[in-house]
Design a protein around this ligand. Structure first.
Ligand SMILES: Cc1cc2nc3c(=O)[nH]c(=O)nc-3n(C[C@H](O)[C@H](O)[C@H](O)COP(=O)(O)O)c2cc1C
Length: 247
C-alpha cells in the first residue's frame, strides 16, 4: 500500500509531463458563442507548475442545465493539475455540451479540456453498478456542475435512477462534500424546496451566479469566478482568479 506522500509524489511525477499552463490554460474557445476577449485583467496568469493536489478522486457530474462552460473549465483545471477525477455526463449534459460549447462526444471533450486525461476516468451514466455507485469506493466528494433542476429533484428525493443520482446519494450518505451548481431562473417553489432538502441533507448549494465586483471583461472571467469557488469548496489549492483584497 502506498502512503499519502507516495501517492502525491506519483501524481506529481505524472503531472510534471503536462504542457506549460501559461499559454494553454484557458477556457476553450469552443465553449462560448464568441471567443474571450484579450483583456483578462482579473484572471490571474496561471504560471505555477501543475501538481497533484488530491489523491481520492473528485466525482464530477455534468448535467443538462445551461452552463456547460463551467463544467468544461472545471474539468480542464482538474485534469491539468492531475487531480484524480471520475467524470459522469448525463444524456442532456452531452446535449448542452454540444449546444453551448460545440463539443460532441468524449474525444471532443477531451480535446477541449487540454487533452491530458491521465487522471480522468469516464463512467457511463447508465451504469449504476460502477465504482461511484458504492460508498466503499472512497472519493474526495462530488460536484454536479452545472446541475439541472431535474437532477436537483432526483438528489433531493434519493431516486438514484442514474449513476449521477446514485453517486450523489452515496456522497450524502457517506457524509462527503456534495456541491451542486444549479442554474435556472426564475426558481419555482418546487425548485427552492428541493434545493432546501438537498442542503438539509448536507449538500452545498453553489449557484452559477458569478459576482461582478471585479468588473469582468470576458465570459471566461465569469466562468472562472464560479470554478474558483468550486475548487475552494473542494479544498483544492488552485488559484484561478484574483481574490477580493488582492490575494
Ligand atoms: C438548451 C437547453 C437548456 C436547458 N437549460 C436548463 C437550465 O438552465 N436549467 C435546468 O434545470 N434545465 C435546463 N434544461 C432542461 C434539462 O436539460 C432537462 O430537464 C433534462 O431532463 C435534465 O436532465 P439531467 O439532469 O439528467 O441532465 C435545458 C435543456 C436544454 C435543451
Amino acid at each position: 500500500m502506498q502512503n499519502e506522500g507516495q501517492h502525491l509524489a506519483r501524481y506529481a511525477a505524472e503531472a510534471s509531463g503536462l504542457r506549460s499552463l501559461n499559454s494553454s490554460f484557458c477556457i476553450p474557445h469552443s465553449a462560448f458563442a464568441s471567443p474571450p476577449s484579450a483583456s483578462t485583467s482579473q484572471t490571474q496568469p496561471h504560471t505555477e507548475s501543475p501538481r497533484a493536489v488530491s489523491t481520492h478522486p473528485v466525482v464530477l457530474a455534468i448535467t443538462g442545465a445551461s452552463g456547460a462552460p463551467y463544467g468544461v473549465r472545471l474539468l480542464e483545471v482538474l485534469a491539468a493539475h492531475g487531480v484524480p477525477t471520475w467524470l459522469l455526463v448525463s444524456a442532456h449534459g452531452w446535449r448542452l455540451l454540444e449546444e453551448e460549447c460545440g463539443i460532441e462526444g468524449e474525444p471532443a471533450l477531451r480535446t477541449a479540456t487540454g487533452g491530458e486525461w491521465h487522471s480522468v476516468h469516464v463512467f457511463d451514466d447508465k451504469d449504476r453498478g460502477a465504482a461511484p455507485a458504492s460508498g466503499s469506493a472512497r472519493t474526495r466528494g462530488m460536484v454536479v456542475c452545472p446541475c439541472s433542476m431535474g437532477t436537483v429533484a432526483a438528489i433531493a428525493h434519493g431516486t438514484s435512477r442514474s449513476l449521477i443520482e446514485r453517486a450523489a446519494d452515496v456522497t450524502l450518505k457517506e457524509r462527503r462534500p456534495l456541491l451542486l451548481v444549479p442554474r435556472e431562473t426564475p426558481l419555482s417553489l418546487i425548485h427552492m424546496r428541493n434545493l432546501t432538502l438537498a442542503a438539509e441533507a448536507g449538500a452545498t448549494i453553489l449557484p452559477a451566479a458569478p459576482g461582478f465586483y471585479h468588473r469582468p471583461q470576458a465570459v471566461r472571467e465569469l466562468v472562472d469566478f464560479i470554478v474558483q469557488r468550486v475548487l475552494d469548496q473542494l479544498g483544492l489549492e488552485i488559484a484561478l482568479v484574483k481574490r477580493w483584497g488582492g490575494e
